[in-house]
Design a protein around this ligand. Structure first.
Ligand code: MN
Length: 192
């Protein structure tokens, strides 16, 4: 089943050339998330949630914020295989997403969405366009939401921290630019 969800992912890539993973073997007990910093034509961050054997994915051009007043545009992208969770490396020129990827943050998450006292399955919350979860990352901790919304006929998602008592105005993207796996920045990884 998870295999079918990855058709789009596989069609876009030549695995003889790109070092990107194409399997979903690295399963875990608790569902995980990853934020990958990706310097391709445009620098952006990819936010992925492990749901039902794949990584549901959104590109977040401005990256996540720890300030609940900052709502970030999120564009859905194709499901990724679970083994992408710890991928960092260089995608060669001429390939889809060519450029450099680091694991900017990763950890586990908890689904927060309930209806009538019952947990709503993650898949359903994504279908409904209203996803709420608690992230336990190294850099990012707290309750976040991904909301499918529309304005003037345009549809998009917003990714943001849910409202809390104390506003955190730190710029975590600038303060902590490095990978949580290798400790390297994009530039350091490129130098090898
Ligand atoms: Mn990307």
């Amino acid at each position: 089943m998870a295999e079918d969800k990855l058709t789009k992912y596989r069609e876009k890539r030549d695995f003889n050339v790109t070092p990107e993973p194409h399997t979903s073997k690295k399963t875990s007990e608790k569902p995980r998330f990853v934020v990958q910093k990706h310097k391709s034509r445009n620098l952006h961050y990819d936010f992925r949630l492990e749901v039902d054997g794949v990584l549901k994915s959104w590109a977040v051009p401005k990256g996540p914020s720890v300030d609940y007043t900052q709502k970030r545009l999120a564009i859905p992208t194709e499901d990724h295989p679970v083994d992408y969770i710890d991928f960092e490396g260089i995608i060669p020129e001429g390939n889809y997403g060519a450029g450099t990827v680091i694991v900017w943050d990763t950890g586990t998450y908890r689904n927060l969405k309930e209806k009538d006292g019952q947990k709503v399955p993650m898949e359903k919350t994504i279908e409904d366009g209203h996803v709420e979860f608690y992230l336990e990352g190294e850099k990012i901790k707290g309750a976040y939401a991904l909301i499918h919304t529309g304005r003037e006929g345009r549809k998009f998602w917003l990714f943001f921290k849910m409202k809390e008592l104390n506003r955190n105005t730190r710029d975590i993207l600038t303060e902590r630019p490095e990978s949580v796996l290798s400790g390297k920045t994009i530039e350091e990884l490129e130098k090898g």
